[in-house]
Design a protein around this ligand. Structure first.
Ligand SMILES: C[S@@+](CC[C@H](N)C(=O)[O-])C[C@H]1O[C@@H](n2cnc3c(N)ncnc32)[C@H](O)[C@@H]1O
Length: 276
């Protein structure tokens, strides 16, 4: 049996999420509760509050506190060519399909600081398709998008990224894509030419175009089933016939209401093709 204290904290968190939604418009009410609760508790400790209610009073009145809170609530971890076999599968199985389109619209939903999007831009350049593409890279967090727009990442990471790039079937020398300056790697501006970085909230916003590919990796795992269902609905309705959906390692289309409307394109790589 849970203690009254624990129950009270759960109620406080629900009230906090309701307040943030009603006042600021950010909807965390259908995020997976246990991991969200851990993050709230952690934030309270770091900021030195004594209860969730104290945090609520603060976050509703202070936009700076809200900004810090938003960043602490979500996991923003990402990497270039994360799970390289996914990119290899894209190269081998998806690129030939894309070649049949005169113009290609791609949506990276929940793109975090952009590493995934730059990886896609590099892959498309190497396959001579980039000029035909428009990539929409979205996240609900403006802070991470600001970083993504700069195309500047830590130089320290470049050794690891080079290995991942090679495993992903990279064709050039990875260092061609960036210039080193002090401890930063500044990626070529030409990679950004056809990318639009914009705010979009998967919990509240609707579709904004029709896409040939939607990539949304390592985002749905943080949502409960209600929100996952909403997002699958959004993706299905935003994909063109025979469009491609790419999910993260621990995510799947299986057991969702749209299961039967997709065919698994590459086994194990979470790449699905809309059937009609
Ligand atoms: C773990 S990162 C994944 C980044 C990248 N897709 C990858 O796989 O490397 C999760 C991202 O989802 C974003 N996110 C969380 N909730 C969101 C929502 N409701 N709408 C849009 N993005 C959201 C977070 O801001 C974060 O940048």
């Amino acid at each position: 049996m849970t203690s009254p204290k624990v129950k009270l904290e759960d109620i406080e968190i629900q009230l906090l999420l309701e307040g943030i939604y009603r006042y600021w418009g950010y909807d965390f009410r259908n995020y997976a509760f246990s991991s969200l609760k851990r993050r709230v508790q952690n934030f309270i400790k770091i900021e030195g509050y004594t209860s969730v209610s104290e945090l609520q009073a603060r976050v509703l009145h202070d936009s700076n506190c809200l900004e810090r809170f938003l960043l602490s609530l979500t996991v923003n971890v990402t990497s270039m060519f994360r799970d390289p076999s996914f990119y290899l599968a894209l190269r081998k199985e998806v690129i030939p399909l894309l070649r049949t389109y005169p113009f290609i619209r791609i949506w990276h939903a929940g793109c975090s600081t952009g590493e995934e999007v730059y990886s896609m831009a590099i892959l498309l350049q190497e396959e001579n398709l980039y000029q035909r593409c428009r990539i929409y890279a979205t996240d609900f967090n403006e802070k991470v998008l600001q970083k993504a727009r700069t195309g500047i990442f830590s130089l320290k990471l470049m050794q690891d990224y080079t290995q991942l790039y090679l495993k992903a079937g990279g064709k050039e020398s990875f260092s061609e894509y960036y210039t080193a300056a002090y401890d930063s790697a500044i990626f070529r501006a030409s990679l950004r030419e056809n990318i639009v970085f914009a705010q979009h909230n998967l919990a509240t916003d609707s579709s904004f175009n029709e896409f040939h590919i939607i990539i949304c990796r390592n985002v749905l795992i943080y949502f409960n089933q209600t929100l996952q269902k909403r997002v699958h609905e959004l993706f299905y309705n935003s994909l063109c016939s025979f469009g491609i959906l790419g999910l993260g390692r621990q995510e799947s289309i299986r057991f969702t209401p749209h299961d039967h409307q997709y065919q698994e394109l590459v086994k194990g790589e979470k790449l699905y093709r809309r059937l009609n």
